[in-house]
Design a protein around this ligand. Sequence first.
Ligand code: HAM
Length: 406
Amino acid sequence: MKIEEEARDIAEFYSFLRIETPLLEAAELYERGIGEETDVVQKEMYTLRTKGSGKLALRPEYTAAIMRSYLQHGMHRLPQPQRLYSFGPVFRHDRPQAGRYRQFYQFNLEILGGDSDAIYDAQVIIAFYKLIEELKVKPLIIQINSIGCRICRPNYRKKLVEYYRDEEICRDCERRLKVNPIRLLDCKKEVCQTAKAGVPNIFDSLCSLCRGHLKQVLEYLEEANLPYVLNHLLARGLDYYSRTVFEIFLEEAIPAGRQGNLALAGGGRYDYLAEVLGGRPTPAVGGALGVQRLIEILQTSGTAIPLRTSKPKVFLVHIGNDAKKKSLSLMEELRRANISTSNALGKDSLSAQLEAANKMGVPLALILGQREVYEGSVIIRDMENGVQEPIPMRNMVEEIKKRLRG
Ligand code: HAM
């Protein structure tokens, strides 16, 4: 899958190592980590009871599980920060529609440990941006905000509660107002849109450290030449965030309501999640990209995803059963030597195999018959001029490399 390959390349370029987390984990991990009152936990998480009465959840996202893993496996003892990426399915009981799936893939990046240096926030954003850009999806816009820290957020919460006291809001927001008023900022319900018109701007409540942190992130984005807008209403739907939150959108929404204003990727800093999960304080930042949303955009805009196949250089032809069997170890030798090789082990006729080699446009074919197996040799055929020559099997790799170079 092209997107997966590109994602892996980007992750590796920025020194992220792959981590896999279980598809099923204790539901409590997500309830505590993402927040009891969030839509993901309240409405979208698939849970099941096990025979032993435990409650498990199908992974609705990666972050909480990755932090659990970081703490559980003592990753703080490794060089800090740890940069981890994942690419795999997550599950949310959403109403199925364009851009919203019940099973979808996330490409997830997390930088855990070390300090809260703004460069890490910028790096995560840059990595997602570059991946989407690499796939020719443009123009993009980054929306960014800071939702403060333990010091300045209580102040802002107070202002919000005061403000919303006289506003008409939806039922969910009435509940959120008691638990996490910041989440009211990004409620999409119509009634709450009107209420948002005069909402206090969070920038005015940020402490000097949070302000400085946001300024630094923005400076780094500017240095990387990435377009962003500050959106003081961006709060994100998960409770674990502090300071930076961001989302990446297609600048012009695709016509006919497809995609609309759905984010392609989103994330932020979550410096307190480790403590919520019972661990030592661990600054962290990350994000996730919705792979299906990206595919939908590529399909709607008619952008072809170029297949990145490394064309085989050698085609291995076998004649007879002993040769067929021997092909397996020769293939292995070629793989170890990093020579991309193809074959048609299911086809036994010589002409069908040579035809396949021709169609593939390989420069060289290796022909292995009963006699060659017996003698420990192999015939090397130049596919352009048809000239064939037997060579000892032990010289095979060397000879192929020589010919490919020449
Ligand atoms: P999220 O915003 O819930 O964040 O999801 C990230 C991305 O997943 C979204 O921007 C969107 O592209 C995609 N997505 C979400 N729901 C759906 C759906 N139902 N169907 C298709 N795509 C969807 C998180 O999950 C955080 N864990 C990100 C993060 C990592 N924050 C810090 N580290």
